[in-house]
Ligand binder design. Structure first.
Ligand code: GUN
Length: 298
């Protein structure tokens, strides 16, 4: 039996996208935010993400530039494209889809992106800004998770115990920084943490981003905790098909949690909505204009 509030990422993402669209129309005549997405190679999952990013960018009224490069593109070719996007005044946000093919040094490519246009928030300058409290473009998935937490905890997160499971640069580490900035006491744990179940049981806020299907069991969840499941694991069903499941055993966790995100329909839709929001922020900063304050039409 599920007692938990199910956090509806689809609905919340729609509200965020409407807010971005309203900002874009308020900026009409001043600036039209533009996002360039670069895909190297033909990884099918990445191709789906990139298509969705472009579709939603256009739906919000922004300019969308899609660049698809063949898998055998060398690092020099990709760096040349990044350089031209850095100089293009109609491009305010640049996202190079990861993972990149073998032979390309991802860190070097991410460092080549103009930090002002780095809507992924992966450039070391933005990472440093995030950890030091300077204005930064925060990575999209953690930003989306924070928006979900704000829904469940409208009075803020001050003093709460937060446990993040997973230490990736894309999710775990920036998530820890954002929770810390909201005055949580943060534990950044991972698959090799000793007594991981006990660590998780201390969490008022538990963020699972470890990439292992259903690793986090219901018995690891503190009663009443808020559980954010970032995992997207494609597994084969008994019937031979595939389905997406999270890093958390949803049924078990929902029986004890206070609130929980489902997979799919939880964190996933929030990521692209956050990307759109970051693009508007980046465009306004580059143009030297204040970000329009709008209320989304629900
Ligand atoms: N691959 C998986 N997640 C992401 C992301 O947030 N940004 C980029 N650029 N690539 C990804």
């Amino acid at each position: 039996m599920s007692n938990a509030r199910i956090i509806d990422g689809k609905a919340l993402a729609a509200v965020l996208r409407a807010r971005v669209a309203a900002q874009v129309s308020a900026l009409q005549g001043t600036i039209r935010p533009g996002l360039a997405v670069v895909l190297v190679g033909d990884d099918p999952a990445s191709a789906v993400y990139v298509r969705n990013k472009n579709r939603e960018t256009e739906a919000a009224g922004m300019a969308s530039f899609e660049h698809r490069l063949p898998a055998d593109t060398g690092e020099a070719g990709l760096l040349a494209l990044v350089d031209s996007l850095n100089r293009d005044p109609s491009v305010h946000g640049i996202l190079v889809q990861l993972p990149l093919p073998e032979g390309i040094d991802s860190a070097r490519v991410l460092r080549a992106i103009d930090p002002a246009k780095d809507v992924d928030g992966f450039h070391p300058e933005n990472v440093g800004a995030l950890w030091t409290g300077a204005p930064a473009l925060a990575p999209c998935t953690p930003r989306g998770c924070m928006a979900m937490l704000a829904e469940v905890h409208p009075d803020g997160l001050r003093g709460k115990r937060a446990v993040v499971v997973g230490r990736s640069n894309i999710v775990g580490k920036p998530m820890a920084a954002l929770l810390l900035a909201q005055h949580c006491t943060v534990t950044l744990s991972h698959s090799r943490t000793q007594n991981l179940s006990g660590v998780c049981r201390e969490a008022d806020i538990l963020v699972a981003a470890v990439g292992r299907p259903r690793m986090i069991e219901g018995s690891w969840v503190r009663p009443g905790a808020t559980v954010i499941d970032v995992g997207i694991n494609r597994v084969t069903t008994e019937g031979g098909g595939t389905r997406l499941i999270g890093d958390v055993d949803f049924a078990g966790a929902a029986a004890v949690a206070g609130a929980i995100t489902p997979v799919p329909g939880g964190v996933g839709p929030m990521t692209i909505a956050s990307l759109l929001a970051n693009t508007v922020t980046a465009a306004c900063r580059q143009a030297g204009v204040a970000e329009p304050e709008v209320r989304a039409q629900q």
